[in-house]
Design a protein around this ligand. Structure first.
Ligand code: PEP
Ligand code: MG
Length: 569
């Protein structure tokens, strides 16, 4: 009774249900060789199964944004000529039958993707596996198990769930799931978050430890599953589940509302994104815009510096998806812990204090100009704002503006359209930019505080160092004073300040930041509704008084204690 297994959190929340053990139909692959006369027929079988699958993916009735995105991702892989050419070459040149040729090609793709360093790209291996299953079922004429038909209140346990499995789940009946494989950034995890189903991944051999029909609890908040819970534990979790339902209902009501304090200050609640997929999820979660588009992912997923046209297409698609809602795009922030396979970074003792972000961009203006041109061109299609990271000197910002102005002039001459009111701001994430805020504000249109780095540099605490984890704290009075100073300087000049560091997603800090005068929160998608909910229930005047009183305190502990009491009032 009460047997507990730990996993990796894919999606928050509590689920109580009955285990449904999902085993994929294992299909035996025909290994027989084919003759010359069969080559064309086998190639046609592959082509037909690919066409069939694409047709299925084109049927979007009732599909959510995230499902549509997975369908698009699969279509892109299926339409990649390299994929079909590899299969066809195995059939033609090696006389392999269609099943074997498909199976080998999928295994090779999965192998290549799994070996990549980038965690996000690594997870794309599961998309290839998924495509492999779907095409193989078609070649074999097998109808796969349908997860939309399972019984009520089921917790699905499986070795692995492909993106199609997860997107086919009937949310009414599936209350949670846990898998042996998978990581935090897998499509499976993303879908679980969008569907708001508690889920755990990376549970090693959980599928071997459970039986069909067994009672279980998933605690997605604490990242464990409990098998055969006692009556007492069940009661405890039923209570938690009730509270969770109440909170979910309330948040689903507020997610699309404008966040306004009880005394009438409107606050933008935007989201942080790394790509179009994140953006679609952010929109479903009710974001008022995007406060940080981390463009480095675009560079990290490529094997070359993305061209102006390649970047333009992405920025244009993003801004069109948002309509007139703001899309703040950060220029390339590479270096530090973020490398590129195709660029030789210098060996450095302190890469976080080294050749990165705007420093690299101003040293390699060719790279910077390519991105700025793509951004300025895309600005004609929506409401794009440009944001420069890691700035320490006014001259860095002035040079960036010069480059932007030169591009605008060039576009004027060539008749290329762009937004004449394009706003350009900086991330405030270095103590230098905090101390110089009164000077910077003369030139920038806005500030966005990057607390992830600002806390690291203000406190001299490496944000990724486990040994000093306890010292890395956004509630440190020095960080709070820095935030307050930056906001005040922007307001004095009639401009605005947002925050795109993780602190903006910390709902324990929402009232505090509101009181410090923050104008825009850019949070993780999953936190947008909760931040809005807190703002809607707060009075700016009261929070200002409270926040100002905190700035007088001396220690993190005092601040955290006071905030806890204040938030629970
Ligand atoms: C930050 O530093 O707060 C930030 C948002 O940037 P990143 O986490 O990408 O360094
Ligand atoms: Mg940063």
């Amino acid at each position: 009774m009460n047997t507990k297994y730990k996993g990796i959190k894919a999606s928050n929340g509590i689920a109580i249900g009955t285990i449904y053990l999902f085993n994929r139909e294992e299909v035996a692959i025909d290994k027989s060789e084919i003759t010359d006369s069969m080559v064309e027929e086998e190639k046609l079988r592959v082509k037909n199964s690919i066409d069939d699958y694409i047709n299925e993916l084109n049927d979007r009735k009732g599909a959510s944004e995230a499902q549509i995105h997975i369908a698009d991702a699969h279509k892109e892989l299926l339409q990649d000529p390299y994929f079909s050419d590899t299969i066809n070459s195995k059939i033609e040149n090696e006389h392999k039958n269609s099943e074997l040729a498909l199976n080998e090609t999928i295994n090779e793709m999965v192998e290549i993707m799994s070996q990549l360093d980038d965690e996000y790209l690594k997870e794309r291996a599961s998309d290839y596996k998924d495509i492999g299953y779907q095409l193989m079922y078609k070649l074999k004429g097998i109808k796969p198990k349908d997860l939309s038909l399972i019984d009520e209140e089921s917790i699905i346990i499986s070795k692995e769930l492909t993106p199609s499995d997860t997107s086919n789940m009937n949310k009414e009946n599936v209350v949670g799931f846990a898998t042996d494989l998978g990581g935090k950034t897998s499509h499976t995890s993303i879908i679980a978050q969008t569907l708001d189903i508690p889920a755990l991944v990376g549970m090693n051999d959980i599928s071997k430890k459970v039986k069909n029909g067994q009672k279980a609890i998933i605690d997605g908040n604490e990242s464990f599953i409990i098998l055969d819970p006692s009556e007492e534990l069940l009661k405890e979790y039923e209570k938690k589940l009730e509270e969770q339902e109440k909170k979910r209902n309330r948040l689903s009501q507020v997610k699309d509302k404008k966040a306004e304090t009880t005394d009438g200050k409107h606050i933008e609640v935007s989201a942080n994104i790394g790509n179009i997929e994140d953006l679609k999820i952010a929109i479903e979660n009710g974001c008022d815009g995007v406060g940080l588009f981390r463009t480095e992912l675009l560079y990290m997923e490529n094997d070359h510096f993305p061209t102006e046209d390649e970047q333009f297409e992405v920025y244009k698609e993003a801004t069109e998806l948002l309509g007139q809602k703001p899309l703040i795009i950060r220029t390339l922030d590479i270096g530090g812990d973020k490398g590129l396979d195709y660029f030789d970074f210098p060996k450095e003792d302190n890469p976080f204090l080294g050749y990165r972000a705007i420093r690299l961009c101003l040293d390699r203006e060719d790279i910077f100009i390519t991105q700025l041109k793509a951004l300025i061109r895309a600005s004609a299609y929506g409401n794009i704002l440009i944001m420069i990271p890691m700035v320490i000197n006014i001259s860095e910002f002035k040079r960036s503006l010069e480059l932007i102005d030169d591009i605008k002039k060039e576009f004027e001459e060539k008749g290329i359209d762009y937004n004449k009111d394009l706003q350009v701001g900086i991330m405030v994430e270095t103590p230098a930019s905090v101390f110089m805020a009164d000077q910077f504000i003369k030139y920038v249109d806005f500030f966005s505080i990057g607390t992830n780095d600002l806390s690291q540099y203000t406190l001299a605490v490496d944000r990724g160092n486990e040994n000093i984890n306890n010292l890395y704290n956004n509630f440190n009075p020095a960080v709070l004073r820095a935030i307050k100073h930056v906001i005040d300087e922007s307001h004095k000049a009639g401009k605005w300040t947002g925050m795109c560091g993780q602190f903006a997603s910390d709902t324990e800090a929402t009232k505090l930041l509101l009181g410090l005068g923050l104008d825009e929160f850019s949070a993780s998608s999953s936190k947008v509704a909760e931040v809005k909910d807190t703002i809607l229930k707060s009075s700016l005047k009261e929070e200002e008084e409270f926040s100002n009183s905190l700035l007088e305190l001396e220690t993190v502990e005092e601040i955290e204690e006071k905030i806890k009491n204040h938030n629970n009032m």
